[in-house]
Design a protein around this ligand. Structure first.
Ligand SMILES: Cc1cc2nc3c(=O)[nH]c(=O)nc-3n(C[C@H](O)[C@H](O)[C@H](O)COP(=O)(O)OP(=O)(O)OC[C@H]3O[C@@H](n4cnc5c(N)ncnc54)[C@H](O)[C@@H]3O)c2cc1C
Length: 459
């Protein structure tokens, strides 16, 4: 609900961020009212591109006074509509806050502003710190490091080091009150190297979808970059072999990344689970010994090694992979996936049931699974492509997503970066005292309910 009229609000916002960085024009707001996933477009009142923390504080003060929602946005690429306002309001597009403030080579972290993209950080490290690598997703390079870490994203270093949310060392947050709060070791000094050992409040800001505050600085772990990488490709006919195979491979600590897949096209792939185990090393001898060990593990645990044609191998060895090609956005294609965190032992049932859901909705079954943290968790992602020009086709994908969300919850998993409908399913199943605690914290932190309202709503 807006109290000042829109023209007055526009003037106030322009005073804060400048006329060039504020808009309420339909043509500017169009792009912010939707994302590349299957969510319905929703109206936006204003977009503002702040340049610094002081501007954000002033915008928050105005939003509290006028009770107008604020929606922080990085690259806007979650595919699950998380940056499309649910109750209108101001989208805070943070792309102008894009400074890499520090690279600490010894404690291995990057201190960045929220608009720094994954492509930008990768390029910066490649150019200036070739022995270091960031953990980034297989998302388009305009995704932000902050947006991705905040939603517990994952990528090619997640098997070894965990999900990206766990790689946050520290945060600077502008709270909904407008106060600036530092979390992690940066709360005590200028060293941004660890999130403990003090009560860990960083978790309040991860997977909370912008409902707790606006992150203005983030310290993110960096990792040593190996000299060489290879991939050992395998096929598994019996899906029931997957958990044991994965736990045997992770036991050896040989793998950098483990990706599993199931795609029923081309026809000869039907029924098979593909297994891609990435290995790294500093010499050809090291890689060769790892290749031999992985092949042996395949043989002993129900999978068979397959030699991959060089042309395909070069594509699969690219890290991050250009997954956006799958959606063919340029031709108007779209896709969305139910990403979810699932226990490893539930993967056979999940693969079989998600394949059945895809077939029910006439979508070619395409499932991706990434092992996270040495098998402590699996990122399970049934993918649903659709034709953006056909509303019935988008609705069909949405129904398939809904059914898959329910399946994941039945299996003891949790839908990841859940869209509004998925959040509701999660909240329904949540322990009542978890809900109570969440509600109390939200009420204390954000009494006017200005931060991305409608998300994680608990009654
Ligand atoms: C083709 C494709 C492939 C993908 N592959 C992967 C993959 O391999 N792994 C993976 O993890 N993801 C993947 N994704 C999903 C998604 O693109 C990424 O997770 C992406 O990094 C999200 O970052 P973003 O900057 O787009 O976040 P946004 O969508 O901008 O934001 C995500 C959430 O965080 C909040 N937020 C953002 N910035 C702030 C801030 N400064 N303060 C407070 N809240 C904030 C937003 O309000 C929103 O709720 C893929 C997406 C596509 C389109």
């Amino acid at each position: 609900m807006i109290y000042l009229n829109k023209d007055d609000l526009l003037i106030q916002l322009e005073k804060i961020s400048g006329m060039d960085f504020v808009s309420n024009k339909t043509e500017d707001l169009y792009i912010y009212s939707q994302d590349p996933g299957a969510s319905e477009p929703r109206p936006v009142d204003f977009v503002v591109l702040p340049k610094n923390v002081e501007e954000i504080q002033k915008i928050i003060e105005l939003a509290n006074r006028e009770k107008i929602p604020l929606i922080p946005m990085g690259g806007g690429l979650t595919l699950s509509g998380l940056i499309i306002p649910i109750r209108g309001g101001i989208v805070l597009d943070l792309k102008r806050m894009n400074q890499i403030l520090e690279i600490n080579e010894i404690s291995r972290y990057a201190l960045i502003e929220p608009g720094v993209t994954t492509g930008q950080l990768l390029a910066h490290l490649n150019d200036h710190y070739p022995d270091l690598q960031p953990a980034i997703p297989d998302a388009p390079p305009s995704a932000t490091v902050t947006g991705n870490a905040l939603i517990h994203g994952s990528g090619y270093l997640s098997q070894k080091y965990g999900n990206h949310g766990s790689m946050i060392n520290g945060l600077e947050v502008v709270l909904p009150s407008g106060e600036i709060c530092k979390l992690g070791s940066c709360a005590l000094s200028d060293c941004w190297f660890t999130r403990g050992p003090i009560p860990d409040l960083i978790g309040l800001f991860t997977s909370s979808f912008g409902t707790m505050g606006i992150i203005t600085k983030l310290s993110y772990k960096l990792y040593p970059k190996p000299k060489m990488r290879d991939m050992v490709f395998g096929l598994c006919k019996d899906v029931n072999n997957v958990p044991k195979l994965v736990s045997k491979i992770t036991y050896t600590e040989l793998a950098e990344d483990i990706l599993l897949g199931k795609a029923d096209k081309p026809d000869y792939m039907k029924g098979y689970v593909t297994v891609m185990v990435y290995i790294t090393g500093d010499s050809e001898e090291e890689l060769e010994s790892k290749r031999k060990m992985i092949k042996r593990l395949y043989r002993k645990n129900g999978a068979q090694f397959m030699k991959m044609p060089e042309r395909l191998m070069n594509i699969f060895l690219e890290k991050p992979q250009f997954a956006a090609a799958a959606a063919d956005f340029r031709k108007g294609g779209g896709f969305e996936y139910v990403g979810s965190f699932l226990p490893l032992e539930k993967t056979p049932e999940a693969i079989e049931k998600a394949t059945a859901i895809s077939n029910k909705y006439n979508i070619i079954p395409t499932l991706i699974l990434r092992i996270i943290g040495k098998g402590h968790c699996v990122m399970f992602a049934p993918t649903f492509a659709f034709n953006r020009a056909d509303p019935a086709d988008i609705e069909n994908a949405r129904n398939a997503l809904d059914e898959t969300n329910k399946l994941v919850l039945e299996l003891g998993g949790i839908p990841w970066k859940a869209e509004l409908a998925g959040q509701k399913l999660i909240v329904e199943k949540m322990d009542p005292n978890y809900k109570k605690l969440l509600k109390s914290i939200r009420n204390v932190i954000d009494p006017n309910g200005i931060m991305n309202p409608g998300n994680w709503e608990v009654n």
